[in-house]
Ligand binder design. Structure first.
Ligand SMILES: CNc1ncnc2c1ncn2[C@@H]1O[C@H](COP(=O)(O)O)[C@@H](O)[C@H]1O
Length: 336
């Protein structure tokens, strides 16, 4: 099966983690020529073929390196365009990209400016004459945020929803933070009918009964990763038929699961009736494209062509888009 040609939906892709190493290298080259960076070459920092980032090395990669390299408007535009092109070239027809609004003070860019810049790249991509992909933007709250920062993310989402923001996410290092502090932010998102997706049960620390019950109280429309879930919570997820964003290669490379591809919890969730979308999480770091994720699932779980097509379409009802967009996907994505 040609997994690249298969029309696909990608719902869980972090912008800064989706930037390819070649793109980071190009940004670095420009900055070095202009004397604007003393960072080491991205191809040295993240050698090609290195994908074994675990939860301890993964998050500092952003705070220590990627955010210091992509720290101005020009690199934000260049990297966002590159990420959009990469997903489209991989046969993605509907994308929800997510990002944590980040001010870049040295470049005079506020969080509003950051969101506007990313939205402009997305609008240009959506409106391009040769476009085969529709993209929406999800704004992320980071678990390390305080409640005011989280509410400010929701306010930005409300402010820019007419211009392409489609929902709210909760992400960040699953080994830190107390998610109960975000209640006012998620209550505000719900009151304003903003769709919600949440990183759920990613690591043992973030998989306590108390945390998971609290996150379910926030009424998420979808949940991501969904790894260390106790039986009673699994039951609740199945009852609600929540949309699941599963990230196979990320979970294997980062050792978030025990074992390898064939041991992934996709095998447990696939027959529960919860709509599943295969997602990359951070293709720039973990190196597996959406089409490669489908190939891996077909190989390790023995899915035939028809089952792969059904899987690719399974998440349509859970996307954060209008009925019109959903209907178009139902008509144009492959049935067999
Ligand atoms: C293991 N998977 C993951 N789990 C939790 N959070 C993750 C993540 N992968 C990425 N992020 C979150 O997304 C940010 C980078 O993209 P943006 O700057 O927002 O575009 C990371 O700093 C982290 O907070």
């Amino acid at each position: 099966m040609d997994f690249k040609a298969l029309p696909k939906i990608e719902l869980h892709a972090h912008l800064s983690g989706s930037i390819s190493r070649d793109c980071l290298h190009e940004i670095w080259l420009r900055k070095r020529e202009q004397g604007q960076t003393t960072l080491v070459d991205p191809l040295v920092e993240m050698p090609s073929g290195k994908f074994d980032y675990d939860l301890e090395t993964f998050f500092p990669l952003f705070s220590r390196y990627i955010y210091n390299l992509c720290n101005d408007k020009e690199s934000l535009i260049y990297s966002t365009n590159s990420v959009l092109q990469d997903f489209q070239a991989d046969g993605v027809v509907y994308l929800e990209l997510r990002t944590t609004p980040r001010a870049m003070p040295s470049a005079g860019l506020s969080k509003e400016g950051y969101v506007e810049t990313v939205l402009k790249c997305i609008a240009d991509s959506n409106n391009a004459p040769n476009s085969s992909m529709t993209t929406g933007l999800i704004l992320s709250i980071d678990r390390r945020n305080d409640v005011d920062t989280a509410i400010a993310v929701v306010d930005l989402a409300i402010q820019y929803r007419d211009q392409g923001v489609v929902g709210i996410d909760l992400c960040g290092d699953p080994c830190v933070g107390d998610v109960s502090i975000f209640e006012p932010a998620f209550t505000k998102a719900k009151a304003n009918k903003l769709p919600i997706t949440i990183h759920f049960a990613e690591a043992p620390f973030s998989s306590t009964e108390v945390e998971l019950r609290k996150l379910l109280e926030y009424q998420p429309d979808r949940i991501g990763h969904v790894i260390n879930v106790p039986a009673d919570i699994k039951e609740e997820i199945v009852k609600r038929k929540l949309g699941l964003e599963l990230c196979l290669s990320c979970n294997v490379h980062a050792k978030m699961i025990t074992g390898s591809y064939g041991d992934h919890h996709f095998g447990w969730w696939k027959d529960t009736g919860c709509p599943i979308t295969l997602c990359t999480d951070d293709v720039g770091v973990f190196g597996s494209t959406v089409s490669m994720e489908y190939a891996l699932i077909a190989e390790h779980f023995g899915l035939d062509r028809k089952e792969i097509c059904e899987l690719a379409k399974s998440g349509i009802d859970t996307i954060f888009a209008s009925e019109e967009v959903k209907q178009k996907l139902r008509e144009t994505m492959w049935s067999s």
